[in-house]
Design a protein around this ligand. Sequence first.
Ligand code: HEC
Ligand code: HEC
Length: 412
Amino acid sequence: MRSNNTGLRGLFVFAYAGVLGVTGGIALAEGDPDYDPPLAALGPVPVPPDNPITDEKTQLGKLLFFDTRLTGDASLSCGDCHDPKSGWGSPQPISRGYPGAIHWRNSHTAINTGYLSKLFWQGNAKSLESQAPTANQGAVAGNGEKDVMESRLRQTPYYIEKFKEVFGTERPNLDDAWQAIATFERAILSQRDTPLDQYLNGDEDALSEEAIFGLELFQSKANCIECHNGSMLTDEKYYNLGLPRPYEWEEFGLNTITFRWETYAKGAPEKYYREFKDDAGLYFTTKRPSDIGKHRTQPLRYLAYTPPYMHGGQFYTLEEVVEFYNEGGGENEFTDGTHGIESKTPILKPLDLTDEEMEALVIFLEEISGDEITMAVPKIPVYAVMPDVPGLDQAKAKRIGLDIYLNTIAAK
Ligand code: HEC
Ligand code: HEC
């Protein structure tokens, strides 16, 4: 059906007029009696006062983002699971993990993360600065040891020079590396002025007729706006949509190990640890049973480049996603009372969308994705053996301090 878009145009115009007639009377949906901010163009990315953006810091952050030094065995960079060629995410439903392990969730795109106030499917990191170390140190992601990663930076002349330039320190500090990576994500990986922004700023030609029809449906009959609203198309709240269980958790031993380990490590009581087969999501942060099975509403701005979708990569295409919503969501062990929990959001109801309407929603989601942000992986600086300082033994180095020791080298 996708190849037949132009043939459907007449149909779209007709149906569009029909939808317009009903947009006036959207009532608040059951279960979410809140005000839904309208869709809006993206403003400038918010910058924390203690980590201002500079060009030098952005360039340093770019190198660090692609540098495998910041993992346990120096084999994996942020860019391996947030690959520019895969929408700055991972093409696998469940992300790859640290060598020998596998992750347990789908890897988000790194695009536009500077606009979010809650990161991760579970919303448990509140800033890019605090997210980066969890990625590099987390057991199924970077699995890095702080001292080792820091030493690797300090053993790299280019980094010694650049960290000094950017942060004014004699030697690279790992905490500054997180600041630089966050700056790279904020400065480079933010995308404004997409067709959606242009349209919302008054350029009516920025979206095709089909996409505009999709936008109307998004805000009316399809009720996506209930959760996907504001400038990032997310309310940053949490819902259980009744997503099916990723089959990997039942079919592959390595996936099962990570699933069970995460459930345990994130503090589920033994009963849940033994019985849960689905991802309990927000519950791991709040430990409130009513939050079991809820995940953060996803932003929808870069979707064309980021399949598969949802926290377990449950869907490969946007068509599948829209069909799932059209059926009123699904069922999982947290919707059917298996554990005495029925946390499915009452907002999702069968939508009764026609094929043309579903098609228009998909076209809308694809068109608003804007241009792909591509980037060649930069060349990573090399290690060097630090020169000996004549006459400096361990006791002396300790006494005069490493900073002065490094100065001594620099002066040579
Ligand atoms: C082994 C793969 C892997 C590596 C390495 C990795 N990530 Fe991730 N990243 C993921 C996965 C999987 C998620 C989703 C995890 C979750 O929500 O529980 C994620 C989530 C994120 C998010 C949250 C996005 C959102 O929309 O909430 C950001 C930001 C991010 N990663 C940045 C980084 C940075 C920066 C690095 C390097 C310091 C990094 N990642 C390294 C796999 C990885
Ligand atoms: C009740 C709130 C709610 C409504 C209504 C809703 N969504 Fe979602 N949406 C979510 C949540 C929560 C997620 C993440 C779910 C997860 O992975 O567990 C999500 C995820 C998605 C994703 C996956 C994005 C990604 O990066 O993986 C797409 C696409 C999407 N929604 C589109 C839509 C469309 C189109 C509609 C309207 C037909 C809609 N949503 C209605 C809450 C909602």
